[in-house]
Ligand binder design. Structure first.
Ligand code: UDH
Ligand code: MN
Length: 383
């Protein structure tokens, strides 16, 4: 008899446990499907983003594509406390701004952007106005900035152009380069560093100014230094930085599409911020034409780095034909100076740069930075 009673009690306990299990399982299933349906956006797919079954569930209208969550992360909210009140089993009607889904993170930009076209036809005979060039580039934002809308760029590139009295060249440069850089999916800004006055031109010092001024405008980690008259003939020559300082303009038409000498680093080059600082930037003391690019090459090799270059057929450039500018005569001291880079690079560079900033002006396709950079020191009198 007692055995029978014991058996019945045990049976009841078992049934009770089983019932609890089933109940638990059901609750877990409800929670599981509800949370996951939100994560995978199952419902809004069917309700066209308008009020749908989910807002009806709670009896409240929901505008747009609002999502509702069980606020499990709310302080003091435990699963038990949520289960304790029936109301909380129904999704909350208050849109929770703190939990609004952030936009999908963009994928990194592809290493080989699919929109590239390869070899380009570059010519400088057709006339163009700045207004036309602006119309061609509606996606470029004020100051000549652009960021790809559909991917996360690896570099933030400042393109620095040394400049004086070359407005016509600048139009061609902007006309060709903006679309190329856009296809290359670069995140970039264009900085024209304009030397005011008519003193001797100083390309490398202007490039140092460009580095310093661009950093005031954006968090750049890559700097490309380009002459205003050089246009790449192939958009596979990617304008970003590399493991080693980059020389882009390796095959110019004016040199018969060949590197003129092994240590040539002129025309268009690029250094990451780290590489630039490692060589103390560029020399400030090369006044007039020539030598400053060789000095930069020396700085790179003396600091244990190597120049990286694209393939010969990809690194082709056209230079807009021009005569020698006034006040940019070949610098007679250049041969002597490039033999001394080792001694001068530590004290002449970005750490010794001085200039007077006169104006920063943002145009639709570029930022113009006008500066006074002084003049060459008086030549020592011989004898
Ligand atoms: N630059 C100016 N204004 C000047 C001088 C130079 O903007 O008055 C800038 C410009 O970005 C130019 C760069 O500095 O592209 C380099 O100067 P460059 O173009 O004069 O140098 P390059 O080696 O010319 O091309 C050498 C002059 C030889 C002309 C001989 C014609 N056969
Ligand atoms: Mn030139």
């Amino acid at each position: 008899m007692t055995r029978l009673m014991l058996g019945r009690t045990l049976e009841r306990i078992c049934k009770g446990v089983l019932l609890l299990c089933v109940l638990h399982f059901l609750i877990m299933m409800i929670l599981y499907f509800d949370v996951y349906s939100q994560r995978f956006d199952l419902f809004s797919r069917f309700n066209n983003g308008r009020n749908g079954s989910r807002s009806n569930l709670s009896g409240a209208a929901a505008g747009g594509h609002h999502y509702y969550y069980y606020n499990l992360s709310r302080p003091n909210a435990t699963l038990a406390s949520l289960l304790a009140t029936g109301r909380q089993l129904v999704p909350s009607t208050e849109p929770d701004n703190t939990q609004a889904p952030s936009p999908k993170p963009l994928p990194p930009c592809p290493e080989n952007p699919p929109g590239l076209v390869g070899r380009l036809l570059i010519e400088f005979s057709s006339q163009m106005t700045m207004e036309q060039v602006q119309k061609e580039n509606p996606n470029v934002t004020e100051g000549g900035r652009y960021t790809p809308p559909d991917c996360r760029p690896r570099w933030k590139v400042a393109i620095i152009i040394p400049f004086r009295h070359r407005e016509n060249h600048l139009k061609y440069w902007l006309h060709y380069l903006h679309p190329i850089l856009r296809r290359q999916k670069m995140d970039y800004g264009i900085y024209i560093i304009n030397q005011l006055g008519e003193e001797t031109f100083n390309r490398a010092k202007l490039l140092n100014v460009g580095y310093a001024e661009a950093l005031k405008d954006g968090e750049y980690d890559c700097f490309i230094f380009s002459d205003v008259d050089l246009i790449p003939m192939d958009d596979r020559n990617l304008y970003h930085c590399y493991d080693q300082p980059r020389h882009f303009a390796i095959a110019m038409d004016k040199f018969g599409f060949r590197l003129p000498y092994a240590g040539y680093f002129g025309g268009v080059s690029g250094l990451s911020k780290k590489q630039f600082l490692k060589i103390n930037g560029f020399p400030n003391e090369y006044w007039g034409w020539g030598g400053e690019d060789d000095d930069i090459y020396n700085r790179i090799t003396l600091n244990g780095m190597k120049v990286s270059r694209p393939d010969n057929h990809i690194g082709r450039y056209r230079m807009i034909k021009h005569t020698r500018d006034k006040h940019n005569e070949p610098n007679p001291q250049r041969f002597h100076k490039i033999r001394n880079t080792k001694n001068t690079m530590k004290t002449d560079g970005i750490n010794s740069l001085t200039y007077r900033l006169v104006q920063v002006k943002k145009y639709p396709l570029f930022t113009n930075i006008s500066v006074e950079i002084g003049k060459p020191p008086p030549r020592p009198i011989k004898g």
